[in-house]
Design a protein around this ligand. Structure first.
Ligand code: BGP
Length: 478
């Protein structure tokens, strides 16, 4: 029916983030980030943001999988799978330990030089996120994270330094990871990790979110402008967490609500791509009486700093019902969500919906007319190591197979312009949501448990060999 093969030059690879793999949290001049003061969660118990001085707590990001000292071995394994690209982030605190330092830390810069060189040794293109849940802790404490306009200056200083330094080593960049996570502004944990906001008692969380998000969007647009000035060949994208939004029934109330949820969630990427705030958001801010600090100069910057492509993560879809909340009274998006009886779930209750990925690719293409990049996709699962050391993760293969198949239809049949595909957690890492190792995504297993015990030995799961073949056949052989 169609050619299940990706276009030439398609960027097959995998994705991680600095704080979830590197460890070495205080090595070679690195300062603490918000990820370094987060304890591990347990099932049903969320992670805590501490002041970093709790004794006897498990801070899983401090060591993570010690990628900082194992990166050569890890990149070699990725090369063995045939990766064309590798997505990670730069830890801002390796470059500017406090965030507001006057001078960058040379040892931190050197680490990424070495890492990118190692990637290029195998023809692997680095894909780099500037801000992935690892804001300098000092900026959180002193300035309230992205609540302060000053943070724009600190971020652009950091962005300029790394763009200059790596302009000939890194072509593909993204500014903020999953910037739209902030639409869940009632979730204190998410807000701390995404925007460095620690809410004060009685604070209007929604108003704080709109302000912080605005400063982030201005910072992102400035970063795009700076990058293009330094080297016009660099491609700078945004990154959103995309969940396809479905109405629970064909009741028009549900349809209207689904549209409203999408408007409240994807306005971030509207600004990134179109350079202007969508009408609905402007109207909502007025209705609520919020007056965020948005200057005419900011609006000009937003118009000038639009992104080159849209990166997104896709894990699941969401289904919403007007029985729970109607479109005109929507504040908490999660409150609208209901179960979708057509979809199975992962062990962590995330719905499994491969067709939702095809829907996402079409929706984003229709709305933005930009190249797309799937920079995260995958399923967290507990793996069992057999007596002979093998790991039979057929469930992971099945999940990825079905998603890749929908992705191929979107490209071959729907005309979607797709740059690449980097499944999340290509090597096992610390889960961002739970802080646990047992929620695994990798093709490469890492011997470490939730208590921090283990040899850190790397081994190949069944999915490793499967994905290697997928890349080798450019997606023809699933
Ligand atoms: C995204 C993040 C990643 C990653 C992933 C899986 O939100 O960008 O950092 O963690 O989700 O989530 P979790 O680790 O909670 O399973």
């Amino acid at each position: 029916m169609f050619e299940a093969k990706m276009p030439k030059g398609f960027l097959w690879g995998g994705a991680v983030a600095a704080h979830q793999v590197e460890g070495a949290w205080n090595v070679d001049g690195k300062g603490p980030s918000v990820a370094d003061v987060m304890t591990a969660g347990a099932n049903g118990v969320p992670r805590k943001i501490t002041d970093g001085v709790l004794k006897g707590e498990n801070y899983p990001n401090h060591e993570a999988i010690d990628f900082y000292h194992h990166y050569k071995e890890d990149i070699k394994l990725m090369a063995e799978m045939g990766f064309k690209c590798f997505r990670t982030s730069i830890a801002w605190t390796r470059i500017f330990p406090n965030g507001d330092d006057a001078e960058p830390n040379e040892a931190g810069l050197k680490f990424y030089d070495d890492l990118f060189d190692e990637c290029h040794k195998y023809g692997i293109e680095p894909v780099i996120t500037l801000h992935h849940f690892e804001m300098p802790w000092h900026l959180v404490k002193k300035y309230g994270g992205w609540q302060s306009r000053k943070t724009i200056d600190f971020f652009t200083r950091y962005a300029r330094v790394v763009f200059k330094r790596y302009q000939h080593k890194v072509k593909y960049w993204m500014t903020f990871n999953e910037i739209d996570n902030q639409s869940a502004f009632n979730n204190a944990f998410l807000m701390a990790t995404n925007s460095g906001i620690l809410f004060k008692k009685g604070q209007n969380r929604e108003a704080a979110m709109y302000q912080a998000a605005h400063y982030e969007l201005v910072a992102s647009a400035l970063a795009v402008k700076i990058a293009h000035q330094i080297n016009p060949k660099m491609k700078i994208g945004c990154m959103v967490n995309f969940a396809s939004v479905y109405p629970a029934t064909c009741d028009p109330d549900d349809t209207l609500l689904a549209q409203r949820v999408a408007q409240r969630r994807y306005w971030f990427s509207d600004v990134h791509v179109n350079g202007v705030y969508p009408k609905e958001v402007e109207a909502y801010l007025k209705q609520k009486g919020y007056r965020p600090d948005i200057t005419a100069e900011d609006r000009q910057i937003l118009r000038e700093g639009t992104v080159d492509y849209v990166g997104f993560s896709y894990y699941e879809s969401m289904t919403v019902s007007a029985k729970k909340v109607d479109a005109d009274h929507l504040t908490d998006l999660d409150a609208a969500v209901v179960d979708n009886k057509y979809l199975p779930k992962t062990q962590w209750d995330w719905s499994i919906d491969p067709e939702g990925l095809r829907y996402a690719l079409n929706w984003l293409t229709d709305r933005y007319h930009k190249p797309l990049f799937i920079v995260e996709n995958g399923m967290g699962a507990r793996d069992k190591v057999e007596a002979d050391g093998s790991i039979h993760d057929d469930y992971r293969i099945k999940y990825l197979q079905s998603h890749i198949s929908e992705m191929e239809k979107a490209v071959a049949l729907d005309g979607v312009d797709l740059m690449g595909y980097t499944p999340w957690g290509c090597i096992d890492l610390v889960s961002a949501g739970t802080g646990q190792m047992s929620k695994r995504y990798g093709f490469i297993y890492v011997d470490k448990d939730d208590q921090g015990n283990g040899t850190l030995k790397r081994s190949r799961k069944d999915s490793f060999y499967w994905y290697k073949n997928v890349i080798k056949s450019n997606g023809a052989d699933l």
